[in-house]
Design a protein around this ligand. Structure first.
Ligand code: HEC
Length: 166
């Protein structure tokens, strides 16, 4: 996972500032109350996306074979579908890169909640369609639907995820 140096520095600076501000009145063995703690939801959502990425990789791996395992493609599509259903609740707390967290989530997630919800719904729909088409065993149709699902990833990333490839 690539994190920007700027993000790390921002987090370190924020923590250092919070610690310095509390140093005088806080015993060393107690965490200062106003330090920014990494919310558990951050790791949960990144693990969730990591697994979505792995499942998508598995789909593409099968489609490179002459005789893809359509059962595995369907299972991966169902896994992605279940995980797509977690996305919204992983973004309830405002935890963007602009809030000083070690994340690639842009502030637009919270600024455009309707669009974000629609982008998550698109992945739900496309992954359900992929699971359904996989049952047909028609490689060309499954390949086309896998591409369509990939479009749902890209749509959301283009609007809501930091592009650190540039
Ligand atoms: C509704 C929006 C949305 C959709 C749909 C979406 N992503 Fe993402 N994805 C994000 C955001 C936002 C992040 C950054 C999360 C963070 O760093 O906290 C992310 C991060 C990731 C990561 C990095 C996870 C990590 O280790 O931090 C991977 C891999 C990924 N997405 C793959 C995919 C794939 C593959 C799909 C489609 C099958 C997909 N995503 C669909 C919004 C989305």
């Amino acid at each position: 996972m690539v994190r920007t140096l700027a993000t790390r520095l921002a987090v370190v600076a924020t923590l250092a500032g919070a610690l310095a501000a509390c140093a005088s009145e806080t015993p060393a063995d107690e965490a200062p109350a106003d330090a920014i703690a990494e919310p558990a939801v951050l790791k949960e959502r990144q693990d969730n996306f990591e697994s979505i990425g792995d499942a998508f990789k598995a789909v593409r791996g099968e489609l490179e074979k002459d005789t893809p395992d359509f059962g595995l493609i369907a299972a991966s599509a169902n896994d992605i579908n279940a995980r797509a259903g977690n996305i919204e609740r992983h973004f309830v707390e405002r935890t963007s890169i602009d809030d000083g967290f070690d994340t690639e989530a842009l502030a637009t997630v919270w600024e455009k909640p309707v669009e974000f919800k629609a982008a998550a719904q698109k992945l739900l729909d496309e992954s359900a369609d992929l699971a359904a088409v996989a049952a047909s065993g028609d490689k060309a149709a499954v390949g086309a639907q896998a591409m369509a699902m990939g479009g749902a990833c890209k749509d959301c990333h283009d609007q809501f995820r930091l592009d650190d490839e540039k």
